[in-house]
Write a protein that binds this ligand. Structure first.
Ligand code: EPZ
Length: 465
């Protein structure tokens, strides 16, 4: 293969994939318009689960349009720890799970990367046994895995959870999962993906009712189908999988990241800028586009995979309920809240998917926003302007919300929590710089750098990402 081998993690220290992210901050000099064209990377939430899906076959799998993210590196280390050959060539991954032999994923990695838990499906499907550490909760909620476990049990796996490890095995000589009819209490993206991967090699037919309909679920299904899986109904609430005995290698290209697309659309709207975005999948963004148009932003489809955002004269308030797809995506809730802090009027945002995903509201208030949170509802009173301040990104999308708010705030906004940002956004600061934003990563240990009159930090004090 000849690319850069991703080696197993020998210690937790090695797992620090972006060691500087903890000692760096993002410094934004706000109030500058953006201009030009931004290239959207491949979808993080497709890449991570499709990497796990490559465990399902013993041939070479080439996965293209993979974003350069800390989470992708981490998932690569999980796979390597299982005995999988994985090499990265820029935005292409070559994976071969022929020698995949270990059913025990490394504790320190799985607890940091929820998506790695989804690999329990293909591990059980291929080996008939799996020891998978529980992913645990995170900043946005408890994030249990009961739906994953119950579905695997319905397919014949015996599962015990003890000492933070999910021990699963398939009894019987064949050690092969059996097709089952599974109803998900809620349309969980991860549970749908875990069970779909488990089912593609199971004996007989599996039907997943109340399945998640997210584009990343469809992307995973298409990846598995390209390996020879028999899946119907992905993208609807009922997915039917007819198990096969073996899958073959594939060469697959991941869809564009709809959340990165939405984040840049909001960056354009909040800075009153005109921006061109491609490649994009407009059909994956219907609720986000509808809400942006509701607040006054014009969005033009320049081509099937290209959108142009035109600034709004005035931003109007609106209300948002986050919902499973095709509803408004929870991952867009935080960046959209930033936009609504500057709308004329009062907006109400209900976060219905996760129980603790409004923590960015208090950080936005430090920038001069006027947001009151009561339970899972944020009441946003539009203000005339934001002003820069030091803030902390508590999770991936919260950090993104603070970045877009900082682009509009007068003065300098300093954002800590870049480890979160690097997990989910491919070179966000570089892309923003190329659009004319005054954004730079600066080491926290360096005293306030010599900032030129035009807001650009002198080169010797800037650490590029
Ligand atoms: C996926 O997480 C995404 N992550 C999340 O993106 C995204 O926010 C979420 O789907 C919803 O769209 C990846 O794909 C790697 P869920 P997932 O299972 O699968 C509850 C980002 O910022 N639940 O659909 O973990 C759960 O607690 C990340 O990119 C159970 O109760 O989400 C939550 O309240 C954040 N039991 C709700 O379902 C279970 O067994 C939806 O979670 C599973 C989930």
């Amino acid at each position: 293969m000849g690319g850069r081998l991703i080696n197993p993690v020998s210690s937790l220290a090695d797992a620090k994939l972006t060691p500087d992210a903890d000692s760096e901050v993002l410094q934004i000099s706000g109030g500058h318009q953006l201009h030009g064209h931004v290239r959207i990377s491949g979808a993080k939430n497709s890449a991570l689960v499709i990497m796990a899906g490559a465990l399902l076959c013993g041939d070479d799998c080439r996965i293209r349009n993979v974003p350069l993210l800390a989470d992708v590196e981490k998932m690569g280390q999980v796979l390597s720890s299982l005995g999988v050959q994985i090499e990265r060539h820029g935005e292409t991954l070559d994976i071969n799970a022929k020698d995949f032999c270990s059913s025990k994923a490394p504790y320190e990695l799985v607890t940091q990367l929820r998506a790695s838990f989804f690999a329990i499906g293909p591990i059980l499907a291929r080996l008939g046994v799996a020891q998978m550490p529980l992913p645990g909760g995170c900043a946005i909620g408890a994030r249990p895995v009961d739906l994953h476990v119950r579905g695997l049990q319905a397919m014949g796996a015996e599962v015990q959870i003890e000492h933070g490890i999910c021990n699963a095995f398939v009894p019987g000589s064949s050690r092969r999962l059996k097709g089952a009819k599974i109803y998900l209490d809620m349309p969980s993206v991860g549970a749908t993906e875990t069970l779909m991967m488990a089912a593609v090699l199971a004996e007989g037919e599996t039907i997943i009712e109340n399945a998640a309909r997210e584009p990343e679920v469809v992307d995973l299904a298409n990846f598995c189908i390209s390996m020879g899986a028999k899946i119907q109904g992905a993208g609807s609430s009922t997915i039917t999988i007819n198990g096969v005995t073996q899958l073959h290698g594939t060469d697959y290209t991941i869809i564009p990241d709809r959340i990165e697309t939405g984040t840049f659309m909001i960056a354009a709207a909040i800075t009153r800028s005109e921006l061109l975005l491609s490649p994009v999948a407009p059909d994956h963004l219907i609720p986000v586009i509808a809400k942006l148009q509701e607040v006054g932003v014009s969005i033009i489809e320049e081509a099937a995979d290209c959108l142009r955002v035109l600034p709004a004269e005035h931003l109007r308030a609106t209300n948002i309920d986050t919902l499973p797809h095709p509803g408004f995506p929870t991952d867009m809730q935080a960046p959209f809240m930033s936009l609504l802090t500057l709308a004329e009027g009062d907006s109400i945002i209900n976060e219905t998917v996760f129980e603790n995903r409004l923590r960015h509201a208090s950080e936005l208030n430090r920038l001069g926003a006027d947001i009151r949170v009561k339970g899972n509802t944020a009441f946003v009173k539009g203000v005339s302007h934001l002003s820069g301040a030091p803030v902390l990104g508590t999770d991936l999308r919260a950090a993104a919300a603070l970045v877009v708010a900082g682009l509009a705030a007068s003065g300098t906004t300093t954002i800590q929590g870049l480890r979160s940002l690097d997990r989910g956004y491919d070179r966000l600061d570089l892309k923003l710089q190329q659009l004319g934003a005054k954004v730079k990563r600066v080491s926290e240990i360096i005293n306030s750098p010599d900032v030129g009159s035009n807001g650009v930090v002198s080169p010797e004090s800037v650490i590029t990402s």
